[in-house]
Design a protein around this ligand. Structure first.
Ligand code: SAM
Length: 208
């Protein structure tokens, strides 16, 4: 929890309580339904919570922003971002229902009311959002096919909507088909070695 306060020192009391509660809740639920690998659960704040919040270092979501988290698994990056942005609406989607049960239980326990979950493949979701976030679901070319048409067209400013995808490693090959892609290195924001190769990939509204 100290790790979160190190990089986000201005959290409200509610946010601090919500973040602090995650460790016990995820440990409890992960023993029943595996959503986080066994070795990662001891480093929940580093590998999952802070990693998810890398997106909050890149974009400040305005009030009432709608955000889809594709393939959210146990709620990453959606749950930490929903705590960070309580005035935004988060839709967390995954094709495995039991993982969503964990998210619903966690959100209920910490009274996180700006999250809804849907059991579905994302391709079948017929809504639009200001932003789409995701981590570790599939390669970008397939991902952008899945979410095409799901980004709201009301704002044509790439900083006000688009895709924010958490990704590591050398992405040259995977991203070569996109003309306007930005990569933000998370090591520019977080000093822990874990973030050395981690990035937030930003694709604007329009991509090929
Ligand atoms: C490796 S896990 C990552 C989970 C989470 N995003 C994280 O970083 O901890 C990938 C997740 O994507 C989900 N998934 C894969 N393809 C999907 C699709 N087409 N629509 C919705 N969810 C999908 C899987 O069920 C799985 O929970």
């Amino acid at each position: 929890m100290e790790l979160i306060l190190k990089y986000f020192p201005d959290l409200s009391e509610t946010q601090i309580e919500q973040f602090a509660a995650l460790e016990e809740l995820y440990k409890y639920w992960n023993a029943k339904i595996n959503v986080v690998s066994r070795k990662d659960i001891d480093e929940l704040y580093l590998r999952h919570v802070l990693h998810s919040l890398g997106i909050a270092k890149v974009v400040e979501f305005a009030e009432n922003t709608s955000i889809l988290d594709v393939g959210t698994g146990g709620g990453f990056p959606g749950v930490p971002l929903a705590i960070m942005f309580p005035n935004c609406q988060f839709h967390l989607v995954d094709s495995i229902n039991k993982k969503l049960k964990v998210i619903n239980a966690v959100c209920e326990a910490i009274e996180l009311t700006n999250v809804r979950t849907t059991h579905s493949r994302v391709e079948a979701i017929d809504e639009t959002y200001d932003f789409i976030v995701s981590r570790a679901v599939t390669a970008m070319p397939e991902f952008t096919k899945w979410v095409k048409g799901k980004i709201a067209k009301k704002q044509r400013n790439e900083l006000k909507n688009g895709i924010l995808y958490l990704k590591g490693g050398d992405l040259t090959e995977e991203l070569k088909q996109y003309t306007t892609v930005k990569a933000y290195l998370l090591s520019d924001y977080f000093e822990e070695a874990f973030f050395e190769t981690k990035k937030v990939i930003q694709l604007p509204l329009k991509y090929k």
